[in-house]
Design a protein around this ligand. Structure first.
Ligand SMILES: [Zn+2]
Ligand SMILES: [Zn+2]
Length: 295
C-alpha cells in the first residue's frame, strides 16, 4: 500500500468558499503524486459519495471527511471527522443543526454590515452561495467584489493600488472577528456535543489547525478535549509557524493524539495556500486513524 503523500484537509466548491470541484481537486492530487486526500468541506457532505468514485477513476484514495464549525469556551474550533459515514444519522443531525445556526449567523452579519452603511443585501449574498450558508470570508469576498465597494473610501485598505480586492480575511478580521464592527456572537453547535456524537458518525475526531488565530488551542484545552474523545491533532497545516508545529507536535505526543497534516486549500479565498504545499502528510496517518476507528 505504501506510505505515499496525503493531504487530509482540502475544500471543494461545496464549501461555498472553495473554488474547485471534487474532480478538479482529484486531478491536482494525481498530478502532484498524492496517494490520498480528504475533501473536508465546511459543514457539508455534498461531495459524497460521488467523490469516492471519481477518486477510484483517477487512482487516488478519497478519505470521506467533513470540517465541523463548533464553539468551545467561547472560541470557534474546527473539527474534522475523517472516515465519517456520510449516511449516519448522527452526522445528519450535526449538519442540520449547523446549517440552521450558520444561516442565522450569516443573515445577522449582513444585517450588521448594512447598519454600518455598507451596500449589501442578504438576497445577493444568498444567490452567490448555491444554497450553502456562507462563512464570514465568503461574505467578505462578495462585498469586496462589488463595484460600489471599490469606490468606498472606508474600504480602501482592502484593495491594492489597481483596485483589485486583497485577501478577504483582512476584511473578516476587521469586521467579523471577535471585537469586529459586525461581530455576531457564535451560536454554533458545541465542540463537546460533536465529540460526544463522533463515534456514532464513525468519523475519528481530529482538531483542525489548533494554532489558528481564532482558536489558540492551549495545552489545557487539549487535556480536556482528549478526555472528551478527541483522537487526532492537525499538527502540519498552512496556519502554523515552525514554532507552533513543534509545540503542537509535542502536545500530540503527550496526549496520544494521531498527528495529521492538511493544507486547508480552498483556492482564491486563501491565495497564500497552494495545492499540495503541506508535504508532511503520509499514508501512515490514515492507517493510524483507521486503527483508532476500530478500537
Ligand atoms: Zn478550519
Ligand atoms: Zn478548512
Amino acid at each position: 500500500m505504501g506510505n505515499g503523500l496525503i493531504d487530509l484537509h482540502v475544500h471543494s466548491f461545496f464549501s461555498c468558499d472553495g473554488d474547485f470541484s471534487p474532480e478538479e481537486l482529484i486531478i491536482m492530487a494525481r498530478d502532484i503524486g498524492f496517494q490520498a486526500i480528504a475533501i473536508a468541506d465546511h459543514d457539508t457532505l455534498s461531495a459524497y459519495p460521488e467523490a469516492l468514485e471519481i477518486g477510484r477513476q483517477y487512482g487516488i484514495e478519497i478519505i470521506p471527511s467533513v470540517e465541523v464549525t463548533t464553539v468551545y469556551d467561547g472560541r470557534e474550533f474546527h473539527l474534522q471527522l475523517p472516515l465519517v459515514n456520510w449516511e449516519s444519522e448522527a452526522i445528519h443531525y450535526i449538519i442540520n443543526k449547523m446549517e440552521h445556526s450558520r444561516l442565522e449567523e450569516a443573515r445577522n452579519r449582513v444585517a450588521r454590515l448594512k447598519e454600518l452603511g455598507l451596500k449589501v443585501e442578504w438576497e445577493e449574498v444568498w444567490e452567490q452561495c448555491q444554497g450553502v450558508p456562507p462563512l464570514g470570508v465568503k461574505i467578505a469576498q462578495i462585498v469586496l467584489n462589488k463595484t460600489e465597494s471599490r469606490k468606498n473610501p472606508r474600504l480602501k485598505k482592502y484593495f491594492d493600488e489597481n483596485g483589485q480586492p486583497l485577501a478577504p480575511y483582512l476584511f473578516y478580521q476587521d469586521f467579523f472577528a471577535e471585537g469586529g464592527l459586525a461581530h455576531v456572537p457564535k451560536k454554533h453547535i458545541s465542540l463537546e456535543e460533536v465529540l460526544s456524537l463522533a463515534p456514532e458518525t464513525e468519523g475519528v475526531p481530529v482538531l483542525s489547525h489548533p494554532g489558528a488565530y481564532f482558536q489558540k488551542t492551549t495545552r489545557e484545552d487539549l487535556a480536556r478535549l482528549k478526555k472528551l474523545g478527541l483522537q487526532g491533532l492537525e499538527v502540519f497545516t498552512s496556519y502554523h509557524t515552525t514554532e507552533q508545529t513543534a509545540f503542537y507536535y509535542s502536545l500530540a505526543r503527550e496526549f496520544d493524539l494521531v498527528v495529521t497534516a492538511g493544507s486547508d486549500f480552498h483556492g482564491k479565498i486563501k491565495p497564500g495556500v497552494k495545492f499540495g504545499q503541506i508535504r508532511e502528510g503520509r499514508y501512515d496517518m490514515v492507517i493510524q486513524l483507521k486503527e483508532r476507528k476500530d478500537q
